[in-house]
Ligand binder design. Structure first.
Ligand code: GAR
Length: 193
């Protein structure tokens, strides 16, 4: 059976990209990581992709006339690399109609809160400042909204008394790095059955 092919989209540090990469190396995740896409050409995730020999496409959104213009170029890259699934991992942009139509039902995102609470930027800071005692991680399908697509999986993380924002972030990211590869595997396997 041919393995599904994924592209990871990321804008920053790339710890989730790395977790996906490692899960594939360990054969816990049975897909091919064909491409990393980043809207931040100088980000850490690009350095990691180079280290791991993951092909990458990095672009500067401001050099394009519109979202459709850069998404059309991304789409060309996805087709060249025969990508089946788009995995958003800290890609800090809304996906537009060009990619949504081409990859309907085949785009996943991870978000560091229990959606629908704390969507958008700085979800961990938002939760910490709100003083909630439980937050967590959500994996969901992507639609045109901001963190609004159908929820696939969630895991709760307790905010303990002695935690600051940094230690909460650390704990949430540990959960992300376990949960995302597991759920990607489940979703991709289901789509083959
Ligand atoms: C992750 O915590 C991810 O959940 C979050 O960005 C971080 C990226 O970290 N995504 C969002 O907030 C999306 N709305 P990473 O670059 O180390 O994987």
């Amino acid at each position: 059976m041919t393995k599904p092919t994924i592209a990871v989209f990321a804008s920053g540090t790339g710890s989730n990209y790395h977790a996906v990469y490692k899960a594939i190396q360990k054969k816990e995740l049975t897909c091919d990581l064909a491409l990393l896409v980043s809207d931040q050409p100088t980000s850490k995730v690009i350095e990691k992709a180079k280290e791991h020999n993951t092909p990458y496409f990095a672009f500067q959104p401001k050099e394009y006339s519109s979202k459709d213009a850069f998404e059309s170029e991304i789409l060309d890259q996805l087709r060249i690399h025969k990508v089946d699934w788009i995995i958003l991992a800290g890609y800090m942009r809304l996906i537009g109609p060009t990619l949504l139509q081409a990859y309907e039902g085949k785009i996943l995102n991870i978000h560091p809160s229990l959606l629908p609470s704390f969507p958008g930027l700085d979800a961990i800071g938002q939760a910490f400042k709100a003083g909630v005692k439980i937050t967590g991680v959500t994996i969901h399908y992507v639609d045109e909204g901001m963190d609004t697509g159908e929820i696939i999986a969630q895991e709760a993380v307790k905010v303990l008394k002695d935690m600051d924002e940094q230690s909460l972030q650390k704990k949430i990211q540990l959960v992300e790095h376990q949960l995302y590869p597991t759920i990607i595997q489940e979703v991709i396997t289901q789509s083959i059955d």
